[in-house]
Design a protein around this ligand. Structure first.
Ligand code: ATP
Length: 363
């Protein structure tokens, strides 16, 4: 695979004396790849997308699409000449045009016949054949978003930029729409950058995820890499709930508040570890004397799994188990780790954070 989009050292300020909203941002996206920029509100995702689309000028850095320089301090290719498709949260369809004409809108310059064929094909791809003559208002939110996606696909762009495209849809429709759209993008081999604050969306939709914070990328990797091997406390907490263990490491093991645990990489001295709730389970304390005993504080049955809150030596930990785990509040239990704990690069934060579950991701 070759690199299609290259973003290098991008910096953006909205006022000369103000802070950089995007700071030294660098990443590249491979041909055919779905790449997500994931981060909390205000971290600069939309600004990054607008810089790629050409709606904003860069203060520093460069953007290349293939061999073509799109943005630098010297150069700025206008949005309509960038060969990119754009899809926003709010669909942005023309209410006075039919579905077909909305999709044909991006194809002006081609013959009528070709416009028609391409628009009809794009609508077929997103499962909207038969809806060509409808007005956008006569469609559901999910269908309107499919029209917007068909419109961006129809000119065969080299890259599609998606800005929170599913966030106006309700939960079930959102899941279905995004998995169908993902299939279309993959089938057509369309390189995509998705911007979202929704970690589940990024993990399930993208081939690689860049976790952003304060205008910078904190970690890039496959969904599995960033989830299982978060580099920092912020990434660990932003991608899901986790237990933090203030520990002392020696080689590939650490003395932790949960007893001795294996760790994901060699370390020595004080370390902050992350252990996801599903990477630890509960057992009867007398079944397994090697694991320290704890007490169940709360049990939340959620159908497909159970979340337990467990207290040990004054700290609380979260444990996600299968839905038949038969413990109740007040029971003594043993905490049994199932995976290695992950060493976080968070020296400064170690001073401030007690062991146990923290519910908030710091931004
Ligand atoms: P959200 O998920 O809430 O949309 P985001 O991660 O997309 O957030 P941006 O919209 O890129 O964040 O905004 C990043 C920062 O830049 C914010 O502090 C925002 O207030 C600021 N900002 C964005 N656009 C402008 C602008 N045109 N002028 C001044 N400040 C701006």
């Amino acid at each position: 695979m070759s690199t299609l989009l290259n973003v290098h050292n991008l910096t953006k300020r909205f006022s000369a004396e103000g802070p950089a909203v995007i700071s030294q941002l660098s990443f590249s996206v491979q041909d055919g790849e779905i790449f997500a920029l994931l981060g909390p509100s205000g971290c600069g995702k939309t600004t990054s997308l607008r810089l790629m689309a050409g709606f904003e000028r860069v203060d520093e850095g460069e953007i290349h699409l293939g061999d073509r320089l799109l943005s630098s301090t010297q150069a700025h290719v206008p949005p309509e000449q960038r060969g990119m498709g754009l899809v926003f949260q709010d669909y942005a369809l023309f209410p006075h045009l039919s579905v077909l004409d909305n999709v044909r809108f991006g194809l002006r310059g081609l013959s009528r016949k070709e416009q028609h064929e391409r628009a009809a094909r794009a609508l077929r791809l997103v499962g909207l054949q038969g809806f060509e003559g409808r007005a956008p208002q006569a469609l559901s939110g999910g269908q309107q978003q499919r029209v917007a996606i068909a419109r961006s696909l129809a000119p065969s762009p080299r890259l599609i930029l998606l800005d929170e495209p599913f966030s106006n849809l309700d939960a079930l429709l959102r899941q279905n729409t995004r998995s169908e759209i993902r299939q279309v993008l993959k089938q057509e081999g369309i390189t995509t950058v998705l911007v979202t604050h929704d970690q589940e969306e990024a993990l399930s939709f993208a081939d690689r995820v860049a976790v952003m914070r304060h205008g910078q990328i904190e970690q890039v990797g496959t969904p599995e890499e960033v989830y299982y091997q978060p580099r920092t406390l912020f990434v660990a907490q932003f991608l899901g709930r986790t237990n933090l263990l203030f520990s002392h490491a020696s080689g590939l093991v650490a003395d932790t508040p949960l007893g001795q645990l294996s760790i994901n990489r060699e370390a020595s001295g004080p370390v902050l570890l992350s252990l996801r709730p599903e990477h630890v389970t509960l057992a009867h304390p007398d079944d397994n004397l090697t694991h320290p005993s704890a007490r169940v504080v709360a049990r939340e049955f959620k159908g497909h799994d159970i979340t337990f809150r467990v207290e040990m030596n004054g700290a609380e930990y979260l444990v996600h188990t299968h839905n038949r785990m038969d413990f109740a509040p007040g029971d003594r239990v043993a905490l049994k780790p199932l995976e290695s704990a992950v060493v976080l690069e968070s020296q400064q934060e170690m001073q401030e954070i007690p062991s146990g579950i923290t519910d908030e991701a710091g931004t």
